[in-house]
Design a protein around this ligand. Structure first.
Ligand code: UTP
Length: 242
């Protein structure tokens, strides 16, 4: 008798920067969404699980700016940002449900409930959870809860740099670094409501604590995201556990 060894596929977790939804670029947005749908269908078809934590992007920035007219408490502004992340998450959720993907019909509010949803759904989509961090940190927590050893941070820059390449043309990019080196670059300060860094320092801190490897890449080109998910060499920065 031949015994077939069951293959346990790891759950892949992606922090999908809200800026990638690009409401300001109608033409590119359509193409990007179409490719993302294709990728999700392909992934699901291979029996793999995908967790997508969607960021707030423009919706969060605008809503937080508007709220700042009358709201001063940081955690309240964060709460507004969280709703924007969930709004963006629902756009992706509905887009994938419409083409028949097995996606969670309700957006979870904690990573624990999101990870339980993998028992019933192939693709679990969520936004933010509580004030004080961004969806990068949520994605790292979800990876931990799902027992995944890695987390992809899909953003709108190609790599992690040693300084901001928009301000410093001589900034050096990394193909590979360690989590502690990334922590040196991002610093330890938490971000204010609506503030953005290549990777949220809280996410880096959690990745160190949980031993989770990160892939930081430009999610505008979905072939790069697919390379990383498939375990192929990818254009971007691989952040290894020390
Ligand atoms: P994002 O996760 O979108 O932050 O959260 P970001 O770094 O700006 O990422 P992208 O690339 O635009 O998507 C937006 C804001 O929502 C609040 C914070 O104020 C954050 O700056 N937020 C989000 C939370 O407080 N908690 C969460 O779990 C998520």
């Amino acid at each position: 008798m031949v015994y077939v060894q069951p293959v346990i596929m790891p759950t892949h977790i992606i922090a999908l920067g809200g800026s990638l939804l690009r409401p300001e670029e109608a033409e590119m947005r359509g193409i990007w969404f179409g490719q993302l749908r294709q990728m999700a269908v392909h992934f699901e078809g291979n029996g793999r699980k995908l967790g997508i934590v969607v960021g707030g992007g423009l919706a969060a920035r605008e809503a937080i700016e508007l709220a700042k007219e009358t709201v001063t408490e940081s955690y309240r502004l964060d709460s507004v940002g969280i709703m924007a992340t969930r709004l963006n998450a629902s756009i992706l959720q509905q887009s994938l449900i419409e083409i028949g993907c097995n996606v969670n019909p309700k957006i979870p509010e904690t990573t624990a409930s999101a990870s339980e949803m993998f028992e019933s759904y192939d693709i679990v989509i969520m936004g933010g959870t509580i004030p004080g961090h961004t969806t990068d940190a949520v994605a790292v927590a979800l990876a931990r809860d799902c027992g995944s050893p890695h987390c992809v941070i899909a953003t709108n820059v190609s790599h992690v740099y040693d300084s901001d390449p928009r301000k410093n043309p001589g900034a050096k990019k990394f193909d590979e670094i360690t989590l502690s080196k990334l922590a040196d670059i991002t610093g330890k300060d938490t971000q204010g409501p609506g503030e953005s860094a290549v990777v949220d320092p809280i996410a880096v801190k959690r990745a160190i604590e949980f031993g989770i490897r990160l892939a930081v890449l430009d999610g505008r080109d979905l072939s790069i995201l697919e390379d990383a998910l498939e375990g192929r060499p990818f254009v971007g920065t691989l952040v290894k556990v020390d």
